[in-house]
Design a protein around this ligand. Structure first.
Ligand code: HEM
Ligand SMILES: *[C@@H]1O[C@H](CO)[C@@H](O)[C@H](O)[C@H]1NC(C)=O
Ligand SMILES: *[C@@H]1O[C@H](CO)[C@@H](O)[C@H](O)[C@H]1NC(C)=O
Ligand SMILES: *[C@@H]1O[C@H](CO)[C@@H](O)[C@H](O)[C@H]1NC(C)=O
Ligand SMILES: *[C@@H]1O[C@H](CO)[C@@H](O)[C@H](O)[C@H]1NC(C)=O
Ligand SMILES: *[C@@H]1O[C@H](CO)[C@@H](O)[C@H](O)[C@H]1NC(C)=O
Length: 434
């Protein structure tokens, strides 16, 4: 039985808005990433500091309340904190549009970036409900999947169970799924390793560089310890993107540090970590908290965290730590990393050097073309509904982007090349099938 995509008009409008944001912002991509914070501020924050607007609105009803055992919480500290403050449902299950809206309105993650993340999040969402609810953690209760699809669709898995769809290896603070059998719980030792980088260089002012170094260390750790480490094109880009959310969205954009400063104290609070009396770091589920005195990014369109800011950050990360561009995976044992030949995978359309090119146009085009090819393909014949939604997204963004930005086209990719990676093969078995 085929199911038609349930794309509500609101959803379509929203996706169109995301496409238009891309269109608008593509013109503002700076030629070279700047490592000079002052220069970056003047590039990206034309507006002056605004105390009232930038102070996080966390008074009641948005005060912090620790999540209860029945609330859903998962691998994303940003969404966990939004739920702990009631910006999305405190239950941890909310609709596609509310999740995008809250990420945008509260943290000033751009609409394009938020929509892209939420679309990936649909892998864990409930596609039988036209509001597309997503659990930010464990599978939701009582979704009533009474046979509409006769067992074709899997029950919604929640973001926690989206390994290699969204959730991926080498996360900043989470363990690799096939090392710990848990990739959503914060591991204090990884957060401590990130905080240690501050001690190593007390003068550090560039949090993007700091997180890039940690990301590189985490990749090295996965290569050395996880025989099933997998960093395909989607995972590598998701890994870079989510890593950069910490310095970009968790930083304190105060008057003193208008370009944003990710302090140890701020990081610990938003990640939900605390110090025990003997000095070790501890974490309890449901504790992610926006600090009382904290300033977010300015809210103007070009100040939000979207492509024009995110692209130079990714290029800066790859320039500073080239090993963060580790496309490939281990072959079943630790330290067997085998690079994926991007040229062969994209049938000649892109090489790794193309992705690194200043300006980032090739990187954007690669991601958008990949989304259009890989998503319907990953879901294949199993999941007509989501494939339909994503195809429409693809058409919308292609119509907007494809006409003027992308210097080259990518017709297809060689997915079979991924089958040499056992970490990919293992995660594939659960895709969309009951
Ligand atoms: C549409 C909204 C969003 C969705 C669907 C989403 C989903 C996710 C998922 C599935 C991960 C796990 C990726 C991994 O395995 O590394 C993740 C990680 C992360 N997200 Fe989000 N997210 C969203 C918005 C946000 C926002 C608004 C922030 C910040 C304010 C944020 C910050 C982060 C960070 C820092 C990580 C890395 C976690 C770590 O490993 O330490 N996210 N997100
Ligand atoms: C950083 O950029 C600002 C503004 O463009 C400039 O005044 C300053 O000299 C630069 N600092 C460094 C260390 O290059
Ligand atoms: C978006 O989020 C803001 C801030 O939480 C809220 O005031 C507004 O009502 C939301 N808009 C929609 C359409 O849900
Ligand atoms: C892995 O975790 C899942 C979910 O928490 C649990 O059901 C399963 O028993 C665990 N498997 C192993 C081998 O620990
Ligand atoms: C954020 O910045 C403000 C202004 O400098 C400061 O008072 C506050 O303590 C900072 N918050 C955190 C948690 O670092
Ligand atoms: C420090 O305290 C924590 C929590 O109280 C405990 O779990 C841990 O074992 C202690 N570590 C050391 C080195 O004493």
């Amino acid at each position: 039985m085929r199911v038609k995509p349930r794309c509500t008009p609101a959803l379509l409008l929203f996706l169109l808005a995301a496409g238009n944001t891309l269109l608008a912002t593509a013109f503002f991509i700076p030629e070279r990433p700047s490592t000079n914070a002052t220069a970056r501020r003047s590039l990206f924050f034309p507006s002056a500091f605004n105390e009232a607007d930038q102070r996080f609105p966390i008074s009641p009803p948005h005060q912090f309340i620790k999540a209860g055992p029945n609330d859903h919480r998962g691998p994303c500290p940003g969404l966990n904190s939004l739920a702990n403050h009631g910006f999305i449902s405190r239950t941890g299950v909310d609709t596609f549009l509310n999740i995008i809206n809250a990420s945008n309105q509260v943290y000033r993650m751009g609409i394009g970036a938020s929509a892209a993340a939420a679309i990936l999040g649909l892998f864990g969402g409930n596609l039988l409900d036209p509001t597309l609810p997503i659990s930010i953690g464990e599978p939701p209760n009582n979704v009533g999947l009474t046979g509409i699809l006769g067992g074709i669709l899997a029950p919604p898995s929640g973001l926690t169970n989206t390994h290699n769809q969204f959730e991926c290896d080498a996360s900043l603070t989470r363990c690799d799924l096939y090392i710990c059998n848990d990739s959503h719980t914060l591991q204090p030792k990884y957060l401590q390793a990130l905080l240690d980088l501050y001690t190593a260089d007390s003068k550090i002012t560039n949090s993007v560089a700091l997180v890039s170094k940690h990301h590189a260390n985490r990749i090295a750790d996965s290569i050395a310890n996880n025989g099933l480490f997998f960093f395909g094109p989607v995972q590598m880009i998701v890994g870079a993107f989510t890593a950069l959310q910490a310095p970009s969205l968790f930083a304190n954009y105060s008057a003193e540090h208008p370009e944003g400063f990710m302090s140890v104290e701020g990081l610990m609070s938003i990640y939900g970590a605390a110090r025990s009396p003997n000095g070790t770091l501890t974490w309890t589920r449901g504790s992610e908290r926006i600090p009382d005195k904290y300033y977010r990014r300015p809210g103007a369109l070009l100040d939000q965290w979207d492509l024009p800011i995110l692209l130079p950050q990714v290029l800066e990360m790859w320039a500073l730590y080239p090993e963060t561009l580790s496309l490939g995976g281990n072959l079943g044992e630790p330290n067997t990393f085998f690079p994926l030949d991007l040229g062969a995978f994209t049938r000649g359309a892109y090489s790794l050097d193309d992705l690194r090119q200043p300006g980032g146009v090739n990187l954007v085009c690669f991601v958008y073309q990949l989304v259009q090819i890989v998503f319907p393909d990953l879901l294949g014949n199993v999941n007509d509904l989501l494939a339909g939604v994503l195809t429409e997204v693809g058409q919308l963004t292609d119509g907007v982007l494809g006409t003027f930005v992308c210097p080259r086209t990518m017709g297809s990719v060689d997915m079979a090349m991924l089958d040499k990676y056992p970490g990919w093969v293992k995660s594939k078995t659960k895709k969309g099938i009951l």
